[in-house]
Design a protein. Structure first.
Length: 285
């Protein structure tokens, strides 16, 4: 990513520093601009000294050419650097139906990685020589995409998990209210119970209050992976709960409707319980 980020960062600056006359490109002001011009096949303004090019490998040249395909070179970068750099991408790109945002570099890389992993999993299903770990991953993947089995089992696996790991979540609303009053009057027991239930959440793979992640050590990359701890988030970005603009209100209303449908499904699976709040009341909470 280093050379790519460098190209992105200097692209508009290089164009502004280059002398232009109509549609004819003259000697570029930076080696990066020279390499981009070469990638586009416009080497009339490129220097003879090929050592000035920052990269000459096939991959680097393909990246530079791809970037040129996203540019609107009819727009003067000194007037509108963003349009100059991304204009063609904005005009031609269609957002996939299953995405709400798209970042050209990271989303493309993520999509390519996902396709690569999918192919590895599918190959492991038919590879008689695959090791046990590949076979286990392939079996897990097959279960996750077996939609007929998922439809047939419905909410039962979720209910089994709740009954075994988090049984208090299925208690009646009145029971939970009575327990909350009792705990308010007994702080010591409240702390102990909170710790126990917080531990149960994490053992079940849910991030209660905080979450763990493992990444490379950013201060010392030579060290191996480091454990990071961060606070957990809400269902939506925090600002949606406080902003009063029309877009935020629409998103929040849609999220509340979605949560109501989820609780409707849960209520239908568990059966009615005396004292339980309605699905709408749960969603608002």
């Amino acid at each position: 990513m280093g050379p790519l980020l460098m190209v992105v960062g200097f692209l508009s600056l290089a164009a502004c520093l280059s002398a232009t006359s109509g549609n004819t490109a003259v000697a570029p002001a930076t080696p990066i601009a020279a390499n981009l011009i070469m990638a586009a096949g416009e080497d009339n303004g490129a220097p003879e000294d090929k050592s000035m090019y920052p990269c000459v490998s096939r991959d680097c040249t393909m990246v530079a050419g791809g970037m040129l395909n996203q540019m609107d070179r009819k727009t003067d970068p000194c007037d509108d650097a963003y349009q100059h750099t991304c204009g063609r991408f904005l005009e031609t790109f269609e957002l996939p139906d299953d995405e709400t945002t798209w970042t050209l570099s990271f989303n493309d890389i993520n999509k390519r990685n996902s396709n690569t992993l999918k192919q590895l999993l599918e190959d492991a299903k038919t590879d008689a020589n695959a090791d046990q770990w590949d076979q286990m991953l392939a079996a897990l993947h097959s279960n996750c995409i077996d939609t007929e089995k998922l439809d047939r089992e419905g909410a039962q696996p979720l209910l089994d998990l709740l009954n075994e790991e988090l049984p208090w979540l299925l208690r009646s609303h009145q029971d939970l209210q009575d327990e909350a009053k009792f705990m308010e009057a007994n702080p010591a027991k409240r702390g102990k119970l909170t710790a126990e239930r917080l531990a149960a959440f994490h053992l079940a793979g849910l991030s209660g209050f905080f979450g763990f992640s493992i990444y490379q050590n950013t201060k010392n990359p030579e060290k191996h992976n480091t454990v990071y701890i961060a606070q957990s988030g809400l269902g939506l970005e925090y600002g949606y709960y406080n902003r009063e603009d029309a877009v935020s209100a629409k998103v929040l209303a849609s999220y509340e409707s979605h949560m109501t449908r989820l609780f409707d499904l849960l209520n239908a699976a568990t059966g009615p319980k005396t004292g339980n709040p309605s699905s709408a009341e749960r969603a608002k909470a």
